[in-house]
Design a protein around this ligand. Sequence first.
Ligand code: FE2
Length: 298
Amino acid sequence: MNPTPPIIPDLSSLRASGGVDEGRRRFMRNSAAALAFVSVPNPIVTINGDEEYEIVHKNVKLPRLPKELRGLRVVVVSDIHSGPFMDKAQMDRYVTRINKLKPDLVLLPGDFVSNRREEIEPLCDAFQKLEARHGVYGCTGNHDYFDDADHVVNELEHAGVRMLRDAHARIEIKGKELALIGVDDIGQGAEFHASFRRAVDGLDARLPNILLCHKPYHLEDAADYGAGLIVSGHTHGGQLVLARAFGLVFSIALLISKYVEGLYRVDATQMYVTRGIGASAINLRVNCPPEITVLTLV
Ligand SMILES: [Fe+2]
């Protein structure tokens, strides 16, 4: 199987305002400008703070979707990374932005915290205010395992996020069903095939399905199983992006995955890789704004 070239995301931006620490912004911009100066001969650099987030809208044709579920609005928010670079005030602003989109479903494919178990508490305080008509679902990411994944998951469950750990959920809407499948972050002692088989145990294969899988490494594997749509994060869209050309995002993320951002397809299986909203390692996004994704099922 050969993946078709990635579809470059059709970005429609929405600029928000207010609540920004100017000193921090100045520091970020100066640091980034210095970085760009040494790395690119003629830099065209955009430093992206949380006020420069983008809402990316995509229509996704989901196999076996009954007509009653057409138009379902699925909001995907990944790589929140609560911690030193993502505080409660920022997360409150994101929750307000998400709620304004009036989602039918919210999917959170991992990396809720940065490093420590207690970082989940401000996230839960903010995200328990999410409003999604048919629920909020999540799966773990690699950062959620850095300290205490069970604690992270328990707190999220108490905040109203249904965490799918090698498990599935069936959602009934207008008398029709949609399956959500979630696998624990692969690599934490878990292996994709075993996790996926456990997750779909007892699931009717005729139902339309969406798979939550933090790392975008398993498109070909999931296509073998007939998954409809995968939602992933992990790459942060590259986070520090030098350029986009030839369907590629030139950043360090290319070293870990050929799928960095946007919509990809193998056979009838599609995968959407979101840039996410947070940052790790360095509090900086260059040419890579935080992303809230709205997938409309068609
Ligand atoms: Fe992440």
